[in-house]
Write a protein that binds this ligand. Structure first.
Ligand code: LLP
Length: 443
């Protein structure tokens, strides 16, 4: 994390606070989110896209993709920094509304929004609904009939671009569930334009996540502008949303393109494509999630056991078990994601050892950090910090093996405070019809 340093005792400090102090106050595992950093990244993304768009005389709106990390506080931080907010379920919508976010600044996504979710979105007055199927068009036609103002909708387009990322993170190749193909999108737009309760405001595309280069975005933008040009021949189409997916560095091996360069590259490409077709450039929208919160998060764990395992090649790998695992970070198990680790509680001169940081779950794929080096004297009781865990860790968390989910602590101006409390054993058992309260005494 950009704001991590060591104090004169060798203790890692986060946002000016010693990690050991955070451990002593809040326990481990602990999700730490640097509010100042989230706000700074939100401002940075907004300015990158606004500046790039302004160079062509159009506006750009930046939505924070709430799926990366959404809580009431986080929704407030990003909207206070001038971002809009993208939600993709009724649950995320509820968080946004509970945070007091102006519904007009919400975008609502999802390939299978229920009637209940759509009605809630319409009642709340969300700014745009991104339509993902013909079924959804008819669902919305029924739900909007008789309403005073038409609902502003966009068509989610699968541009067919293969993003260079993990298969599960690529969302615009042909054989997956999101969006309309380029051909179907034409029919979808035509049908939407027939429905009195719907106002088609533009197209939406998103090619995937954790993408480092500009090429995929530019190619997708070209295909979307093509469609945009065809559809705006019939009636104006004021908006084009190109989604999110801007990658971040998880380890030193990662080298993502800075957001300013990505923004300029993508926006300039849209401008060139529009100019080539002789059409006015639409206003643009983007939806970064990971790049806003990813590097602002650090997870703190306590070491419980260590175990050297001799590998075939005569190498030794030190397995370091911590008090969390795949329940607070599913990404290594799901995507083979790589992270780094360091000892947060002390400095050490010991020779580096090859380590694998593993969790406490009953599963050998329960890996937190697949391969990194730690001082060879790493031992039970040490505090470990795993950086870049702000995105898709809290939001993907589970209670597998009845391991309670950790609290989230936010850092701001040298102060730490709990923004989501940790789960208790009572929370874990609360929905069990047979629970009598007896488990409380055990832990
Ligand atoms: N917009 C849409 C329509 C999306 O589907 C997504 C991510 C985003 C924006 C934000 O993408 P970002 O800027 O955060 O890359 N769980 C996976 C990531 C799944 C992303 C899903 N959609 C992971 O942990 O890597």
């Amino acid at each position: 994390p950009s704001r991590a340093t060591r104090d004169d005792r060798g203790v890692l400090t986060l946002g000016g606070i010693p990690a050991t102090e955070l451990r002593d106050r809040f326990g481990t595992p602990l999700w730490v989110l640097d509010e100042d950093e989230v706000r700074a990244q939100a401002r940075r993304a907004r300015s990158a896209f606004e500046v790039a768009a302004a160079a062509h005389g159009v506006a750009a709106r930046v939505y924070y993709a709430g799926k990366a990390f959404l809580s009431i506080e986080v929704a407030r931080w990003v909207t206070e920094e001038g971002l809009a907010l993208d939600v993709c379920t009724g649950g995320e919508l509820a968080v946004a509304l509970a945070a007091g976010v102006d519904p007009a600044r919400l975008g609502f996504h999802g390939n299978n929004k229920s009637e209940l979710e759509l009605r809630a979105a319409l009642d709340a007055g969300v700014g745009t609904i991104v339509i993902d199927s013909f079924v959804e068009i008819e669902r919305l036609a029924a739900l909007t009939s008789g309403r005073a103002a038409p609902a502003r909708v966009m068509v989610r387009v699968n541009s067919g671009v293969h993003a260079e990322t993990h298969d599960f993170l690529a969302t615009a190749h042909e054989d997956q569930k999101f969006g309309f193909t380029l051909t179907d999108a034409v029919a979808a737009a035509a049908r939407i334009r027939e429905v009195p309760g719907l106002e088609l405001v533009g197209l939406h595309g998103h090619i995937g996540s954790q993408i480092f280069g500009t090429a995929g975005f530019v190619e997708s933008a070209a295909r979307l502008v093509d469609l945009h040009a065809a559809l705006s021949a019939d009636a104006p189409l004021p908006l084009l949303n190109l989604g999110g997916g801007f990658g971040i560095a998880y380890t030193a091996a990662d080298d993502p393109t800075p957001i300013e360069d990505l923004a300029r590259g993508i926006v300039d490409a849209v401008a060139a494509e529009c100019a080539a077709r002789g059409i006015p450039m639409p206003d643009l929208a983007f939806e970064p999630g990971r790049s806003i919160v990813g590097r602002a998060g650090v997870t703190l764990y306590s070491v419980g056991t260590t175990k050297p395992v001799t590998l075939d090649e005569g190498l030794t790998r030190l397995y370091v078990s911590v008090d969390g695992g795949m329940s607070d970070n599913a990404r290594p198990a799901l995507y083979g994601a790589q992270y780094s680790v360091r000892i947060a509680s002390r400095a050490s001169d010991a020779d580096p050892a090859l380590v694998r940081v593993v969790g406490k779950h009953c599963e050998s794929g329960d890996i937190v950090v697949d391969a990194d080096h730690l001082p060879g004297d790493v031992a039970p009781g040490d505090l470990l910090a795993v950086p870049a865990t702000g995105a898709y860790c809290f939001s993907l968390a589970s209670t597998y093996n009845y391991v309670p989910r950790p609290p989230v602590v936010a850092l701001r101006g040298g102060e730490a405070r709990v923004i989501v409390r940790g789960e208790t054993v009572d929370d874990l058992l609360a929905r069990d019809a047979g629970y009598t309260g007896a488990a409380r005494a055990l832990l």
